[in-house]
Design a protein around this ligand. Structure first.
Ligand code: SAM
Length: 229
């Protein structure tokens, strides 16, 4: 829990959580072909060490996924950068975006500066409560956290100018494509656990037409659906 007000030095970090360590992560992302300067600039500022347990803070700027409890992980910085870049490459402005799988809130914090309103949905109540409080303490006022099964999307707030899913279903949930605005993109990993998963980008071309491209191989925790949409 975030029990006290965060100070500037909490946010800036020290030693293994310092700005110098964040800058080294940014250099590693460049080597992996992350080229969007604004994404790199934002990621050099987001204090990833505050999005995980203090016991793991010294590893927070490694380019790896790390445990956040409840069998879940904070996504690898490379994949956060890649998914954000893909969403930003859309020719339409990102006014309303949906993230499915709030988890630690790190992906939401990286995406929020590019978006007018970011809705993020989590199904585990403890994570939802903790992350909502953290994002508020860090002054993110355009992130709207919801507790629900995101495999249904978030119909009352649709259509979205982009949807990003940070857990992997075996195939694209039926409810999501119809919640995209025309021209908008759905960025989603798909595939069974312990098998090769693929990051897909689906673009809504018209009321009825969609184009899907496979971007690269990935590894995500499963999208758990309480009721099968
Ligand atoms: N975006 C997160 C981050 O930056 O830390 C990634 C978190 S983790 C890889 C995926 C998250 O998706 C977990 O917190 C998990 O509980 C959540 N999740 C899984 N199935 C879900 C569902 N059906 N609806 C909402 N969230 C779900």
């Amino acid at each position: 829990m975030v029990r006290r007000k965060l100070t500037t030095s909490d946010i800036q970090g020290i030693g293994m959580t310092s700005q110098r360590t964040r800058n080294r992560l940014i250099e590693r992302l460049r080597v992996k072909n992350i080229a969007h300067e604004d994404v790199l600039r934002i990621m050099s500022k987001v204090p990833r060490h505050l999005f995980m347990d203090e016991a793991l803070a010294s590893r927070s700027y490694e380019d790896t996924a790390l445990p956040i409890g409840h069998g879940q992980t904070i996504s690898q910085p490379y994949i956060v950068a890649r998914m954000t870049e893909l969403l930003l490459a859309s020719e339409y402005p990102l006014e309303r975006v949906l993230e499915v799988g709030t988890g630690s809130g790190y992906q939401a914090a990286v995406l929020a500066p590019f978006v007018k309103k970011l809705y993020t949905v989590e199904r585990i109540e403890t994570l939802y409560l903790h992350t909502r409080e953290l994002l508020y303490a860090l002054d993110y006022r355009n992130i709207h956290c919801r507790l629900s099964d995101g495999s249904w999307g978030l119909e009352p707030e649709a259509p979205f100018d982009g949807i990003i899913v940070t857990a992997a279903p075996e195939s694209i949930p039926q409810a999501l494509p119809g919640q995209l605005a025309i021209g908008a993109r759905l960025i989603i990993p798909t595939g069974a656990q312990n098998q090769q998963q693929e990051l897909r980008m689906m673009t809504r071309l018209s009321e009825t037409e969609y184009k899907t491209e496979i971007i690269e191989s990935v590894q995500f925790v499963p999208l758990v659906s309480d009721t099968n949409p």
